[in-house]
Design a protein around this ligand. Structure first.
Ligand code: CO
Length: 206
């Protein structure tokens, strides 16, 4: 069986099982998309959004890119946020980074990777802004992990700074932004002290 045939066979088995469990499963999903959450995470294959938080199809709107970044010129990510906030009225936006992130590692090392260097430039800048703190950490893996946390903090601020989120708060729409980090070695998510529900909260963590 070639690689794509394996996926199609898996898909057939999955769809069949869903219908066995609930004959209306797909009919119910076709009608409306009404997720409570927007997830912004890393593309890393080991951090699949729905799976690690036990959510079914229909429960989370997802955007993933290398090193879970929200870059103000990235129309893709900004459009996802706008759609999720303005049209789906999600209640929570979760920025989930992960320790040992290859993108963060790449930004910290001075290797040339090609096009990706442009994408990682923002994290490089972040590492320079936090050079003093980062250089105090002698263990390189721990230094990467600290930069992973700093990156999540920055990306939470970036989400909060988008027009979509600002306008939602102005209109009194309930909306919180959370920063969390996933641990590859045990599969657990750790909350960082980053739960933002208003412009006042943004000032607290800026
Ligand atoms: Co990553």
């Amino acid at each position: 069986m070639n690689s794509i045939d394996r996926l199609l066979a898996n898909n057939k088995a999955w769809a069949k099982q869903c219908i066995i469990d609930n004959p209306h499963y797909f009919q119910n999903l076709v009608g409306i998309q009404n997720p409570q959450y927007l997830w912004i995470g890393c593309s890393d294959a080991r951090v699949p959004a729905n799976t690690i938080v036990g959510l079914n199809p229909g429960e989370v709107f997802v955007h993933r890119n290398i090193a879970n970044q929200i870059i103000p010129s990235d129309l893709n990510c900004l459009s996802v946020i706008q759609f999720a906030v303005e049209f789906l009225h999600v209640k929570d936006i979760i920025v989930c980074g992960h320790y040992g992130c290859g993108g963060v590692k790449g930004a910290l090392e001075n290797k040339k990777l090609g096009l990706i260097d442009h994408w990682l430039k923002h994290i490089k800048d972040l590492s320079l802004r936090n050079k003093v703190e980062l250089e105090k950490i002698s263990d390189f893996d721990q230094r990467i992990n600290r930069l992973c946390e700093l990156n999540i903090h920055q990306q939470v601020l970036n989400v909060c700074g988008t027009n979509s989120v600002q306008e939602a708060w102005k209109a009194g729409q309930p909306l919180s932004v959370h920063g969390v980090v996933y641990k590859l070695h045990n599969g657990l998510i750790k909350k960082l002290d980053l739960c933002i529900s208003s412009p006042e909260d943004v000032k607290r963590i800026s």
